[in-house]
Design a binder for this molecule. Structure first.
Ligand SMILES: *Cc1c(COP(=O)(O)O)cnc(C)c1O
Length: 401
């Protein structure tokens, strides 16, 4: 019995090498075995030359990191347990007590919650700038500003900012720029090559991506990435990543590796359906405004056109509508409740269409002039037939008529 127990742990059989399959193998580990003490002492966890401990990666996570670098045009990648963890890692790594961070007023809500609820207690201050006004961003940069968050398109309201001008301002003022690239996903535009003609090419310093959305594509995995092109900046982030003990499960990494090859096709399908629905929604009298960067007249449409149409293209699968202010909150809720195919739920990027009503007055420092008054409803368009989705919104609109 004792021998058996040992044999089940230290078995002599080794499978033959040379196995190859379309999908990478799933290598799971906390412990990594070293062949000798010398190897244990000499191996470096900071690069991908070898393996040291599960938190620092296995062949499975190394492969996802490299593929994500290819997707976004970066050179180094860190994996974290969620998109929000990627945002937090950037903040904790580059900000110190006494520093200030600037966020667009339409930033991803939990990023605002992080600066207001956590960073503030550590003596790190924040300001919100008008995402549609690069001068406002410039005016708010001070000697204490150490990080500027950029987001294109903005969360929920989907304004497309003048990313290139804002990036130039960050570079001129020598402030680190971090982009939440979840919407663009590496497909709508290239965050590290926003100005390819400059030498060296101008791009953001850091791109974070909620892999939870399009890279996963299933609505079943949470993960985030932090991508850079500067080895020094990457090492700073990697040290914080190591000290905080951030790791990801290899089954989740495998799920993302499995979905990644179909991501561009899915993104295109979400995009086409969202444009069709947004254009149709624009003709419905109950919606006083339709927010989608590819719709002429939507805030930042020309910025989107300049950056995305000539680049890789694309506009993701989201659009929002402003439900006429004459409808009460209860009526707006009844409209959302009446939807059958659009399910009530957060997040996006999966096959199932989703809807969320938002109370914009609780999300912004002020109601921006470019947004009509009303109730904001955000649609995330899945992969269902677009006629069925349009029919679903049509039948739900009946509760308002
Ligand atoms: C969903 C989302 C995140 C966070 O992703 P999680 O994995 O859910 O934490 C960050 N930024 C944007 C723009 C998102 O939409």
């Amino acid at each position: 019995m004792k021998r058996l127990v040992t044999d089940l742990i230290h078995h002599a059989y080794q499978p033959p090498g040379g196995f190859e399959a379309p999908q990478p193998g799933v290598f799971k580990a906390s412990t990594v075995i070293f062949p000798s003490v010398a190897a244990m002492r000499s191996r470096e966890w900071k690069d991908k030359s070898a393996y040291t401990y599960g938190l620092h990666g296995t062949p499975t996570s190394y492969q996802l990191e490299e593929r994500l670098c290819t997707l976004e045009g970066g050179l180094q990648c860190l994996l974290v347990p969620s998109g929000l963890a990627a945002i937090a890692l950037v903040a904790l790594s580059v900000l110190r007590s006494g520093d200030e961070v600037l966020l667009p007023d339409n930033a991803y809500g939990p990023n605002k919650s992080l600066v207001e609820g956590e960073l503030m207690h550590w003596g790190i201050t924040h300001q919100y700038y008008d995402p549609m006004d690069p001068q406002d961003l410039e005016a708010q940069i001070s000697s204490r500003t150490k990080l500027v968050w950029l987001e294109a398109a903005g969360s929920c309201t989907l304004e497309f900012p003048d990313l290139v001008t804002m990036l130039r301002i960050c570079k001129q003022r020598k402030v680190l720029s971090a982009l939440d690239n979840t919407w663009g996903a590496g497909l709508a535009f290239k965050p590290f090559d926003l100005l390819p003609d400059e030498s060296p090419a101008l791009g953001v310093d850091i791109s974070i991506h909620a892999l939870t959305k399009y890279p996963s594509g299933g609505g079943d995995v949470l993960m985030g990435s932090v991508i850079t092109r500067d080895p020094g900046l990457h090492m700073r982030l990697k040290l914080t990543h190591m000290r905080l003990g951030l790791g990801v499960g290899m089954n989740d990494v495998e799920a993302i590796l499995r979905s990644l090859p179909s991501m561009a096709l899915r993104y295109q399908a979400h995009d086409e359906a969202a444009r069709t629905l947004a254009k149709w929604a624009d003709t419905q009298p109950e919606f006083v405004q339709v927010l989608h960067p590819a719709i002429p007249g939507s805030p930042g449409h020309l910025h989107w056109k300049r950056l995305c149409v000539n680049a890789v293209g694309g506009a993701a699968g989201l659009f929002s509508v402003m439900l006429d202010g004459r409808f009460s909150r209860d009526q707006a809720d009844a409209f959302c409740d009446a939807l059958r195919l659009f399910k009530l739920g957060y997040s996006w990027g999966g096959p199932m269409s989703l809807v969320v009503p938002y109370e914009l007055d609780h999300m912004r420092t002020n109601w921006p002039a470019h947004l009509e008054k009303g109730t904001l409803v955000r649609f995330s368009v899945g992969l269902e037939a677009v006629q069925d989705l349009q029919g679903d919104i049509e039948q739900a609109l009946r509760v308002l008529r």
